[in-house]
Every structure is written in C-alpha cells, then in structure tokens.
Ligand binder design. Structure first.
Ligand code: NAP
Length: 293
C-alpha cells in the first residue's frame, strides 16, 4: 500500500519558514490579485489564498474587475500595480473571460512581481535552468517528489497534460533532474496510447482535469504518483487518478484534496515573500528574483 504524500504537512513546514522571513522584513508584503468577472472556480482559489495570506501576515488585495473589462483596461490596471511600490506580487485569477488572452496579458506583469512564474522572462529562465520564478503548481509537484526521497536521475517520468501552467514547466524541471520525460496529452489518448505510457512510468504526474482518467490498474508497481487534477464529482473533490486502485500499486501517492493544492498556495506565498525581500535590495531591481532554491 502506498505512503501518502501529504501536501498539508509540507505546506505547514514551508509556512514556518515564510513566517520567519516575514518577521525579518520591515513591512507587510502585499499580494495583488486580479479577478475578472465572477467565476466559482476562481472564487474558491481566492478564498484559499486569502486564508493562507491572513495566517502568514501577508496583505491580500483583491481587485475585482467587471466581466466585460477589455484587455486594454486589464493591462492598464496591471501597469498601475507594476509601478505601485507597495505591491510586491501580482497574480491573475483563472479562468479569464473568453475575450481576454491570458498569454498576452501575463506579459504585462513585471517579471520581478510575477510570483506565478508566467512571464516569458521567467519561463525563459526556467528553460535555461537559470534562477527565476517557477509556476507554483509545478514547483509544488517537485517538492512532493523530493519529499518521497526518490531520486529522479534516469527515472522514467510521465507527465499527462501539457498546459503552460503545469505540464510544460514540469517537464523542464524533471529534465533538470535528469529524468527521462514523456509528455502525454489529448492526442496520446486519442491514439489509444495513454495506458502503455502510464504502465511504464516510475514517476507519474497527471494534470488534466478529468475525474479518474487514469485507471488504478495501469499504475506501475512502486511508482510515485502525483495527482494535480481537481474535479468536482457530486459533492466530492477527486483527482485525475483512480485513487483506490492506484494506492495498491504505487509506493507514494498524493491525496486529492490535500496533496498538490495546499502546497501550491504556500509556494505562491513563498514566491511573494521572496519577491518582497529582493525588491528591497537595489541591486535586484530589474532582475527576476530567485525562487528556484
Ligand atoms: P488545462 O490547461 O485544461 O490542461 C489540461 C491538459 O490535459 C491539456 O494539456 C490537455 O491536452 C490534456 N488533456 C485533456 N484531455 C486529455 C485526455 N483525455 N488525455 C490526456 N490528456 C488530456 O488544465 P491545467 O490548468 O493544466 O489544470 C489541469 C488540472 O490540474 C485541473 O484539474 C486543474 O484544476 C488542476 N490544477 C490544480 C492545481 C493545484 O494547485 N492543485 C493547480 C493548477 C491546476 P490538449 O491541450 O492536447 O487538449
């Protein structure tokens, strides 16, 4: 039976480190969060971020823009936050209304305030293995793998899902640790090849958003399984992996909820504090701060 990789326990540990760092700052760090329109998914992320920020002593400023805000209005709003010295980090809540292009909009956030690691400069640094902000869920996955104690060197790692926010950055992080990485996506499933890739994964990361897409019996014996997916099924939240079957074969597995989610929020706050610390130092102005550790 697999051991649980408990994101809440890891998040608690990081929380203590963040608190110590905040107490050494001479000010309360500020995270500006922009939400366009009213979306239930975004609202639940906001709630959990607000709660975590409050516990840590971080000021969480929620800026609600109306649903039909234009891209130009949103980019002007971001520019104002960029030049506001009291704001240390800026995030945009997803999903955005269909008329706003997140990839275009994320470029307007100053790289040194881009605590979600979505600015092309931070993504470029990730590609080159340089220091910069890393997308929080991808960083959370790497923390969970590290907590399992499994060395990625030469391991068969399979990532399901190739989004900019999770799958793609994760692939680079796994390569950086010398795993042999396979990336699966919708076309892999359509070609009927998902199962065969999953069956040889020594480390499996799934970030799709389809309840129980990965069947428990597909898991390789002894695999480390990280389930990023969050799906509402009736009144329950479940992941992308059939947990009951998978835990019988895996060596380590993340629960949903309670795995990647709580850690992702804490890593966002860690990035924010890192940004706040580095923005204080004149030598870092204009450079993306290091949160890669
Ligand atoms: P996304 O942008 O919708 O990406 C989903 C990915 O899954 C796409 O690359 C898509 O491939 C692939 N996919 C769709 N159907 C597939 C199938 N049948 N077989 C294989 N691949 C398939 O989603 P995301 O933002 O990466 O999020 C993924 C999940 O993680 C969601 O449940 C989200 O809520 C969760 N999430 C959790 C956290 C956390 O902190 N725990 C953070 C971020 C996201 P194509 O593009 O080829 O269609």
């Amino acid at each position: 039976m697999a051991k649980l990789l408990d994101g809440k326990i890891l998040a608690e540990r990081i929380k203590e480190e963040i608190k110590a760092q905040i107490s050494s700052l001479k000010f309360k760090p500020v995270l500006a969060s922009i939400m366009v329109g009213n979306n239930c998914g975004a609202a639940s992320y906001v709630k959990s971020q607000q709660k975590t920020a409050e516990v840590l002593g971080i000021e969480y400023q929620l800026h609600k823009l109306v649903q039909d805000s234009s891209e130009a209005h949103l980019s002007d709003f971001i520019q104002r936050l960029n030049v506001n010295k009291s704001v240390n980090g800026i995030i945009i809540q997803m999903p955005l209304p269909a008329h706003i292009d997140y990839k275009r909009i994320s470029q307007f956030i100053l790289p040194e305030k881009d605590v979600e690691g979505m600015h092309p400069q931070n993504i470029g640094k990730l590609l080159f293995g340089a220091k910069g902000f890393i997308p929080c869920a991808a960083a959370a996955v790497m923390e969970l793998i590290a907590a399992s104690g499994v060395d990625l060197y030469g391991k068969e790692a399979v990532v399901v899902g190739h989004s900019e926010i999770v799958g793609k950055p994760l692939t680079l992080l796994l390569l950086d640790k010398f795993a042999t990485v396979t990336i699966c996506h919708l076309a892999t499933s359509k070609a009927g090849k998902l199962e065969e890739h999953i069956r040889r994964a020594e480390v499996l990361i799934v970030a799709v958003g389809k309840a129980r897409l990965i069947k428990g019996e597909w898991i390789k014996k002894g695999a480390v399984v990280i389930d990023v997916g969050i799906n509402r099924v009736g009144d329950k939240i479940v992941g992308d992996v059939e947990f009951e079957g998978a835990e019988k074969l895996a060596s380590y597995i993340t629960p949903v909820p309670g795995g990647v989610g709580p850690l992702t929020v804490m890593i966002l706050m860690r990035n924010l504090v890192e940004a706040a610390k580095l923005q204080q130092e004149p030598k870092y102005i204009g450079e993306a701060p290091n949160s890669k550790g």
